[in-house]
Design a protein around this ligand. Structure first.
Ligand code: NAG
Ligand code: NAG
Ligand code: NAG
Ligand code: NAG
Ligand code: NAG
Length: 299
């Protein structure tokens, strides 16, 4: 640890002391990568006299506190230097050292990996540079939902998650801006994504289309459209009407079977049956289930 401090101290002071002949540079100073993806942060350094003695230290210096990621000490990897947050996710691509490149490969990126990274390279002299990494996540396809809100209204709801945050814009079939009438709430998920739920109340009888749009840095990432009133679901009680209808049909089947059975049985005993009596029964069979269907659900 002491040695790291000395090297960092040297690195910080060196450029002030004399214009160094040994320099570290970065081909790119900012990187953007996706959640769960990979990234290779690269520092290049000027040629060394004895490359086997090289020391490379990668750490994240912002946000605080500093996080140790990788340490090659005079050509020897110090394995216990890597902080648990980067355990098994950080690696130096060692064969690139010969090309004077100190490339840190980060895997399975997390939103929290975003920040400023620093590479320190020491040969005979020492220098360092910093690199910014932003880990982002595109917004997921919108989850729509719809619920009754009062007598004449329905509440439309659009839900999506991503990073960084998005603006939600609402419009109708005539491209009217309805954002002012919507209500948007923002929360954080376990993966540090931003979960956005936006709601808009509309009249249930008015024929129209309503669209919610998730916009990140001026770009449309996701949209969803509701067609009203087509998409308004059947009343909650509709389910019970269906269950009721099924029960009625089952009862009707049983009833008819009993009648048929009786008729067969009856025929064996007292044949022939009067004709108009049979007709009357058949009429009853047809009407009864329909009548039941009408009154059953309201019980
Ligand atoms: C890291 O490992 C070295 C030996 O490889 C040991 O001397 C040192 O104490 C260890 N440091 C920590 C912080 O565990
Ligand atoms: C990285 O994120 C910061 C803060 O969110 C932002 O200001 C910056 O523009 C982003 N950089 C890139 C390259 O996207
Ligand atoms: C829509 O209206 C909201 C709130 O009035 C406003 O902030 C937003 O800029 C408007 N968007 C467009 C595209 O007109
Ligand atoms: C938005 O929702 C919150 C909480 O559900 C509520 O307190 C607030 O009145 C709503 N605002 C509007 C404009 O509907
Ligand atoms: C709603 O959208 C559908 C499909 O895009 C379209 O056919 C219909 O005319 C639209 N209705 C209104 C009222 O804008």
């Amino acid at each position: 640890m002491k040695r790291t401090l000395v090297i960092i101290f040297q690195a910080l002071l060196w450029p002030a002391v004399l214009s160094a002949s040994f320099t570290v540079n970065v081909p790119r100073s900012t990187y953007e990568a996706e959640l769960n993806g990979d990234v290779r942060l690269e520092c290049v350094f000027s040629a060394l006299k004895r490359s086997s003695d090289i020391t490379v230290i990668w750490s994240r210096v912002h946000p605080k506190p500093d996080v140790n990621i990788y340490w090659l000490d005079k050509g020897k990897e110090i394995h216990n230097h890597t902080s648990s947050a980067f355990h098994k996710r950080a690696q130096l691509i060692s064969h690139l050292l010969r090309e004077n490149r100190a490339v840190l490969h980060l895997k399975k990126l997390r939103i929290k990996d975003s920040g400023t990274y620093q590479c320190i390279v020491e040969g005979d002299e020492v220098d360092y540079k910093q690199i910014t990494l932003n880990v982002t996540a595109p917004f997921s396809p919108v989850r729509k939902s719809l619920r009754k809100a009062g007598e004449d209204e329905v509440e439309l709801s659009c839900e999506s998650q991503g990073f960084p945050s998005a603006q939600v814009y609402w419009s109708d079939g005539q491209k009217l801006n309805l954002t002012l009438f919507s209500n948007t709430s923002v929360s954080s998920t376990d993966e540090d994504l931003i979960l956005i739920v936006s709601k808009l109340k509309v009249e249930r009888e008015l024929v129209n289309n309503y669209t919610c749009t998730f916009i990140v840095k001026g770009e449309i990432q996701q949209t969803a459209t509701f067609s009203i009133p087509e998409e308004i679901p059947l009343h909650g009680s509709a389910l019970f009407v269906w269950i009721g209808a099924v029960i009625v049909v089952l009862l009707a089947v049983i009833f008819i079977s009993i009648i048929l059975h009786r008729r067969k049985y009856g025929r064996l005993r007292c044949e022939p049956e009067p004709r108009d009596h049979q007709d009357e029964k058949r009429d009853g069979e047809e009407k009864w289930p329909q009548n039941r269907a009408l009154w059953y659900p309201s019980v």
